[in-house]
Design a protein around this ligand. Structure first.
Ligand code: SAH
Length: 513
């Protein structure tokens, strides 16, 4: 084993991929980039990279940050180069993940040169650079038939007039098109003064786009001359990009991103960690930010024996009832592990509590015969009760939960076997980053996906956060039952889904006044 805990591939050189992560929205990485993240043994990422991208990384991957977030200090470039080279020499597949495009103001070229000098195989995957990402998400078109036939990407890092390396502001002022300054926020006043001094009109439309392509995106527009004041009044945080040119005016008509239904909303997702990603992606597509807030963890049952024996006797049953995705995955997962497949269900009938559960069944090649209109135990029991008299029913379920279902079915003359196929366990605390955000007041909504999660909030949320519920933090419930459970523990609910799905819960959040 190496220092990294990875097995070296004896004698074989690994490979380094310099990958552009895009400007912030995790959906803006390339297909190739995402593919490589899934393959990587080691990912070294810089501070601009959206952490949600790292959820695609396989667990054996070590993650290293170029900007040490606690100190804000940069690892020296030499150390990063050395790290990449050493890892490749150990035979590892390394992804060096960099914000935006690796070769635009990103020092990716230096990394590539260091690799080339050592004879390490490497590839470079371009990314969407901040300028195009920010412009598009701010509704600004960097080139435009009427306004701009050229665009220049400029570093604003150099203080105009003060440095030996300083840019030719005379040429920039005369540039016949849009100017985009990276790293320009700190020198905004000087940049603007230099451009106006060299002849750019003080009335030129201009904008600063902060945290572009993320739910925290903010845009300030002003005439060039007024931009520094407008920006300092708005206290825009980094990273920010300065866009100067007539094309800024199109924003008024085509600013689409900030109109998305969940734009700017920071939503705590109370699902177990392994189910976080699909919902997080849905939230991001709607313009919001998803914050992991797992409260329970799903694990294998303490004992597989009852499950195995139910699988052996499967054809004795008339119905199998699935009341959760975890139930499907627990039971069918075991069937597959045993080397069997959907055929062992023979002619029996299948019931699923809702569309999502039915979709999980489909992934195993099975179609539900019955899905009630409402996704809850009562509705399922009511729908199935017509068919179960004298029948044998098996219910793969969690180690705990409500048991209305077997009671109602037994009353209707069915024999119900309950088999625990997964363990549902309370987590002792929230992830530390989530706790931090709660303390800082950086969460707008908590989306509760079950009654037990509602009850768990009082256990897991810091007291100051509980006190904010109903004012700065609002609760959304996936169903009336979940809303009731929250209200029973004294927590007011601001939005309830019209049907028991995440889609409907997110829609309820979007519509809440
Ligand atoms: N290689 C990167 C740029 C790195 S330089 C790329 O291609 O985008 C860092 C600068 O990029 C920041 O100072 C800022 O000006 C800009 N930047 C990066 N991400 C940004 C974002 N989400 N919003 C606004 N500006 C951003």
């Amino acid at each position: 084993m190496t220092d990294d805990g990875h097995k070296p591939a004896a004698g074989r050189l690994g490979k380094v991929y310099l990958v552009g992560a895009g400007p912030g929205d995790p959906g803006l990485i390339t297909v190739r980039g995402r593919e490589l993240l899934q393959l990587a043994d080691l990912v070294l990422y810089d501070g601009l990279v959206n952490p949600q991208l790292l959820l695609h990384v396989h667990s054996r991957t070590e993650r290293t940050c170029r900007v040490q977030s606690d100190t804000g200090k940069h690892l020296p470039q030499d150390e990063i180069n050395a790290r990449l080279i050493a890892a490749a020499k150990q035979g590892l597949t390394v992804v060096r993940l960099k914000g935006g495009d690796p070769f635009i103001f990103g020092r990716g070229t230096e990394e590539a040169a260091a690799l080339a000098a050592e004879g390490i195989p490497f590839e470079v995957v371009p990314g969407i650079t901040a300028a195009t990402g920010a412009a598009v998400y701010a509704g600004i078109s960097l080139t435009h038939r009427d306004f701009a036939s050229a665009v220049a990407f400029v570093t604003g890092h150099e203080s105009p007039g003060k440095s030996r390396l300083s840019l030719d502001y005379k040429a920039l002022a005369r540039f016949p098109g849009t100017l985009v300054f990276y790293m320009g926020l700190g020198h905004l006043e000087e940049i603007v003064t230099a451009l106006i001094r060299e002849g750019r009109s003080r009335d030129t439309p201009a904008a600063v786009v902060s945290r572009a392509t993320t739910p925290a995106q903010q845009v300030v527009t002003a005439k060039l001359e007024e931009l520094p004041n407008a920006v300092s009044r708005a206290r825009l945080p980094a990273p920010s990009l300065v866009v100067i040119g007539e094309c800024v005016t199109v924003r008024e008509a085509i600013n689409w991103f900030e109109q998305l239904p969940l734009f700017g909303k920071r939503i705590g997702v109370t699902r177990p960690s392994h189910q976080f990603l699909p919902i997080a992606e849905q939230i991001v597509r709607l313009g919001g930010e998803a914050i992991p807030m797992p409260m329970i963890e799903i694990g294998p049952p303490d004992d597989w024996e009852p499950v195995d024996s139910a699988i052996d006797r499967l054809t004795d049953y008339d119905w199998v009832i699935f009341t959760s995705q975890n139930g499907v995955e627990g039971f069918l997962g075991r069937v597959w592990e045993q080397g069997r497949d959907a055929r062992c269900f023979g002619g029996m009938r299948l019931a699923a509590i809702g569309e999502q559960t039915a979709r999980s069944l489909e992934r195993f090649g099975l179609k539900a015969d019955l899905i009630p209109a409402d996704a809850n135990g009562e509705a399922l029991a009511a729908a199935i009760s017509l068919f179960v008299e004298g029948k044998r029913v098996v219910w793969p379920k969690a180690n705990r939960g409500r048991d209305v279902l077997p009671k109602i079915l037994a009353e209707r003359g069915a024999t119900v076997d309950e088999v625990v196929v997964y363990r549902n366990q309370d987590l002792a605390s929230l992830p530390s980053q989530t706790q931090q955000r709660l303390v800082e007041g950086n969460i707008d909504w908590i989306a509760m996906s079950s009654p037990s999660i509602a009850r768990n909030l009082t256990r897991l949320l810091p007291r100051e956060s509980l006190e904010k519920i109903g004012t700065t933090i609002r609760l959304a419930a996936i169903s009336p039952l979940t809303a009731e459970a929250a209200q029973e523990v004294g927590l007011p609910v601001a939005a309830t889904a019209s049907e028991s799905t995440w889609d409907a819960m997110l829609a309820a959040i979007a519509e809440a006044p």
